[in-house]
Design a protein around this ligand. Structure first.
Ligand SMILES: [Zn+2]
Ligand SMILES: [Zn+2]
Length: 370
């Protein structure tokens, strides 16, 4: 009888231990399982980390327009299922023995491109061209999950003044807006024209001001966004009210602007971004399109020595400056610009659908436990 009790007791303990171990080794995630279909709730193994990796407990993950493209099958995805989410901030859960710059419990943000770290592009600080680069949330399980495994060198300390939500969102559109302004060689006092006021335009307007631009025109058609542009100190140009190039030329006394950023991804706005340039102007093209772009080389480029510059992504080395600008309040996300949802497939699918239909706020952010 006693032996039987002991056996019962032992099996109960073993059962509890097995439950504890299994609950410790699995986590909730929201995954893309089939292209063109809604994301699915999943219970997946907690990732094991290697000596150079960090395991981060995700406290915020932005829902980006790119994720809607991945879900729709517009962008190439190598293997499924994959956990989406490339705009990630969180708390370090554990680190491998080679990771010494962050420790468990640290607030961190995650750079979304995992590159080899040793090819000529990586060594030269242009890791976005690394042939072995993998995008977190596309080629590598991302932040639509309770935890994410990333190389330690992709993890950086998030200053206390910056919320997890803001830190996460800055990893994509804000960082790329900063890179675009850098590629366009923006100088203090330069006038700027920004085409499109989504996440990129919202950051580009504030960053241009932070770098000393006083005269910033933002071209949009959404009436709510036109009001937000003015509230952030930009000159709203309503493209629905007439040719935006003519409006910008009139506002600049015929001079045109020093820098333009095309963030929409259409040949029409790309042409406008070139035509609104003044002498020695630089147009940085960020939006993606498969359309071809027609220009009059003499009048639109040669005669002004204007430059047309492609912009691809951003660099890990640019992120500390971005954090410094956010810390000093020069890049802000006022209330109402960010909204949160739980780590829940239904809520996330609804948010992705809303992004496809254009949203008035800047970003929806997954905050597990919301
Ligand atoms: Zn993004
Ligand atoms: Zn490389």
């Amino acid at each position: 009888m006693q032996a039987e009790n002991a056996r019962d007791c032992f099996s109960e303990l073993a059962f509890k231990e097995a439950v504890r171990a299994s609950s410790k080794r699995s986590m909730r995630a929201v995954q893309l399982v089939r292209l063109g279909n809604p994301l699915e709730q999943a219970d997946v193994p907690l990732p094991d980390i290697g000596p150079a990796d960090a395991l981060v407990r995700v406290t915020a993950c932005g829902i980006c327009h790119s994720d809607a493209h991945y879900r729709a099958g517009v962008s190439q995805i190598d293997s499924l299922p994959v956990t989406l989410g490339h705009e990630v901030a969180g708390l370090v859960e554990s680190v491998g023995e080679k990771v010494t710059h962050v420790s468990p419990g640290d607030r961190v943000y995650v750079h979304y491109l995992v590159s080899c770290g040793c090819c000529s592009f990586c060594s030269g600080g242009d890791e976005q061209f690394c042939a072995k680069a993998q995008m977190i949330g596309k080629h590598w399980d991302g932040g639509y999950a309770e935890y994410i495994k990333v190389p330690g060198r992709n993890v950086f300390a998030l200053p206390d003044e910056i919320s997890f939500e803001q830190g996460a969102v800055m990893m994509c559109s804000s960082a790329t807006a900063l890179h675009a302004l850098s590629k366009a060689h923006l100088k203090r006092g330069d006038s700027v024209a920004i085409f499109g006021f989504g996440g990129l335009g919202f950051s580009a307007l504030q960053l241009s001001r932070a770098f000393g631009s006083q005269e910033i025109y933002v071209v949009e058609v959404n009436p709510t966004k036109l009001v937000s542009i003015a509230a952030l100190g930009g000159v709203a140009i309503d493209a629905a009210a007439g040719d935006p190039v003519r409006q910008i030329l009139e506002a600049t006394g015929g001079r045109g602007v020093d820098v333009s950023l095309e963030l929409v991804g259409s040949a029409v706005t790309m042409g406008e971004a070139v035509r609104c340039l003044g002498i020695l102007g630089r147009a940085a093209i960020v939006g993606l399109t498969t359309e071809s772009l027609a220009l009059f080389p003499y009048s639109e480029l040669i005669n002004k020595e204007a430059e047309l510059i492609g912009v691809s992504d951003h660099l890990a080395a640019e992120l500390p400056l971005l954090m410094q600008l956010a810390r000093s309040g020069k890049l802000r996300f006022p209330s109402g610009t960010l909204r949160s949802v739980d780590l829940d497939a239904m809520q996330i699918n609804a948010a992705l659908k809303a992004v496809d239909n254009s949203i008035d706020h800047i970003r929806t952010v997954i905050v597990p436990g919301t």
